[in-house]
Design a protein around this ligand. Structure first.
Ligand SMILES: NC(=O)c1ccc[n+]([C@@H]2O[C@H](COP(=O)([O-])OP(=O)(O)OC[C@H]3O[C@@H](n4cnc5c(N)ncnc54)[C@H](O)[C@@H]3O)[C@@H](O)[C@H]2O)c1
Length: 420
């Protein structure tokens, strides 16, 4: 074996893993089906926010190499699969990339190899979907090769918690599989926690994501009635969070984006419904509430303009921040998209600004960032703070814009500012 580790899928999850493993001295090979990704990495260019070109250069220095050649995976002692798990058209899990990656690994599986799935998926995937394909060639999991699931907990843009200092959960097909997977991660992650099995590790990830999904939905629903009752929910949350135990603050917003919150909990609810025939009601309710937030924000825009005796049709509305999280360029599932589309449908002239996005194209949207932020702030009939990027100065926005709807609770109280 010439590589200690082969990482399959070099995206937001796979690349930081490859980086940390390479840093700890492991010989790391990266495999991806996307030739652009592989070519870019081999020439020192990063395509994910959390890694700079300098980080890639450091990895290459330490022996990292990317490839599109599946045969090379067979050279690795451990294979970690980090491919996407999106939703299919019907809202169910789309395991196409996982199936393809596992089939690729099955062709080069060798005795003694450790195979770990990190892609977020429904409970039972490792045992019911991955294992049979790997075992089809005659090798048996737990005996001839080792199989485990370890949920990825990467939080893009988080300056404190990265791969190394975020505890890693591992659950193996057998106790020996768990032990080997824990030993592997222990070489470059500070804390490894052993789950009872693959299903517990798979479900732990979905519990973490569902917990956030449900709690965000809770405050989003409260935002609506607090507004109607004239109660400042942001202040309510500040008060509640002074309790040092039994409470964790979550904040309302224009909707949820990224992968973990809007998509992953659906894997669990789909699985519960498919296997047991009954719904996972919390997930379905949270989905409904969070999904409805962009429409609710559009309604609030309409109400504010109405107070100013203006129609949405023909008004210029400037959206600030269109990524799904602050201070990163990632736009996956960003609620700014349905918000912009709802406003356009109502006849608004939608403009946008985002320090991380110069050209915004999504689902029929095709907009250039405003060239002069101050001029756009002053010129818009209404400014909506959609994403709370650190670069946005609350005082400047408040003093320059005529009217602002702050969906993030960032701006100071002012005559011109309304909070969600
Ligand atoms: N991004 C996050 O913040 C995050 C956090 C926790 C968990 N996850 C989970 O991790 C998994 C990966 O997510 P990501 O954000 O890294 O995705 P990503 O889209 O950033 O990267 C996935 C990479 O896999 C490649 N790929 C697709 N099919 C492949 C195949 N058959 N063989 C090899 N490579 C293939 C793609 O070309 C892409 O480069 C998902 O299950 C996701 O739910 C993501």
């Amino acid at each position: 074996m010439t590589a200690d580790l082969a990482v399959i899928g070099l995206g937001y999850v796979g690349l930081p893993l490859a980086q940390e493993a390479a840093r700890s001295g492991l010989q790391v090979l990266g495999f991806d089906i996307h030739p652009g990704v592989v070519g870019g990495l081999n020439s020192g260019v990063s395509h994910v926010d959390d890694l700079s070109d300098a980080d890639i250069a450091e990895m290459l220095d330490k022996g990292f190499r990317a490839t599109t050649d599946p045969a090379e995976i067979g050279e690795a002692a451990t294979v970690v699969i980090c491919v996407p798990t999106p939703l299919a058209e019907d809202g169910g899990p789309d395991l196409g990339a996982v199936n393809a990656a596992v089939a690729t690994v099955a062709k080069v599986l060798k005795p003694g190899m450790l195979v770990i799935l990190e892609s977020t998926t429904y409970p039972g995937t490792t045992d019911e979907v991955v294992r049979p394909v790997l075992e089809a060639g005659g090798l048996v999991a737990g005996k001839d090769f080792f199989l485990a699931f370890s949920p990825e907990r990467i939080d893009p843009g988080n300056p404190v918690y990265g791969m190394k200092n975020t505890p890693k959960v591992v659950g193996g097909q057998t106790p020996e599989c768990t032990r080997r997977a824990a030993e592997f991660y222990g070489t470059f992650v500070d804390t490894v926690v052993q789950a009872r099995g693959t299903r517990e590790a798979e479900t732990a990830k979905l519990l973490e994501n569902t917990f956030r999904h449900v709690n965000i939905a809770l405050v989003n629903e409260m935002a609506k009635f607090c507004h109607d009752l004239g109660i400042d929910l942001w202040n309510v949350i500040e008060m509640a969070r002074t309790k040092p135990f039994g409470f964790q603050a979550f904040y309302p917003g224009p909707g949820v984006g990224g992968h973990c919150i809007p998509i992953d909990p659906n894997y669990l609810s789909y699985n519960v419904r498919a296997k047991l025939g009954y719904p996972f009601r919390f997930v379905e309710l949270a989905q409904e509430i969070n999904h409805g937030m962009p429409t609710y924000v559009a309604q609030r825009v309409q109400d504010i303009l109405n107070e100013d005796a203006k129609a949405v049709r023909g008004s210029t509305i400037l959206l600030l921040g269109v990524t799904y999280k602050p201070d990163i360029a990632d736009q996956r599932e960003s609620p700014a998209v349905p918000l912009a589309k709802a406003l356009q449908t109502m006849g608004a002239e939608v403009q946008f600004h985002d320090p991380h996005v110069s050209h915004w194209t999504a689902e029929g949207l095709d907009l250039e960032r405003v060239a002069d932020l101050d001029a756009a702030l002053a010129g818009a009939d209404l400014v909506v703070l959609v994403q709370n990027h650190a670069q946005y100065d609350g005082e400047t926005i408040t003093s320059t814009a005529r009217r602002v709807l702050d969906t993030r609770g960032k701006l100071p109280q002012a005559e011109s500012v309304e909070h969600l």
